[in-house]
Ligand binder design. Structure first.
Ligand SMILES: [Zn+2]
Length: 186
């Protein structure tokens, strides 16, 4: 049954680009938000669809309940926006209100440009390779300790490997320029 489940899972996830999960990004970017606002409580962060967010506040990407130390974020944000929204919500936990100027961390219009997040959101090639392996491991409910062939360059930015997971072969391709990765059952 284990093998059947794996094959069905592999068929359900064809060769499409995968992104980091909300929980992975939360782990990755919490230190950035904590560095910006070191003295706030450690919030309970939950993820909600755009429709659920809209029911609370039109068009919001994040919401904060300061008294309860609770944060809502929209699910599926890209890494740079995830990081800036999370840090912005930490600003609210610290008691900050919105500012009128566009581009500031505490802008209320969503046009936030926060350099530490711009830097942190870009993965190096080794980090991207590891994240791709982690995504495959998470989906297959295992560890990243599966064996893979040495990575081969397909171009200046794209790299490919073949890994063996539970006796099945998976191809992983990463693109360090677009920051995307994909994997497929082969
Ligand atoms: Zn806000």
């Amino acid at each position: 049954m284990r093998t059947l489940a794996l094959i069905l899972l592999a068929l359900a996830f064809p060769a499409s680009a995968h992104a980091a999960t909300d929980q992975q990004m939360l782990q990755r970017f919490t230190p950035i938000a904590q560095q910006a606002f070191p003295n706030v409580c450690a919030p309970t962060v939950t993820f909600h669809t755009k429709a659920e967010m809209t029911a609370q506040e039109k068009g919001a990407l994040g919401l904060t309940w300061r008294a309860e130390c609770r944060v809502w974020m929209v699910t599926g944000l890209d890494p740079q926006l995830f990081c800036t929204v999370l840090t912005h919500e930490y600003g609210h936990l610290a008691g900050l209100e919105h500012v009128a100027q566009s581009g500031q961390l505490m802008s209320g219009d969503g046009a936030v440009n926060y350099e530490p997040c711009n830097v942190a959101a870009r993965l190096t090639l080794p980090e991207l390779k590891l994240e791709a392996k982690r995504s495959l491991a998470d989906t297959l409910d295992g560890s990243t300790a599966f064996p893979c062939r040495p990575w081969r360059a397909l171009s200046t930015y794209r790299y490919r490997t073949i890994c063996r997971v539970h006796s099945e072969r998976y191809e992983i391709i990463v693109n360090v320029r677009t920051q995307e990765y994909s994997w497929a059952y082969t």
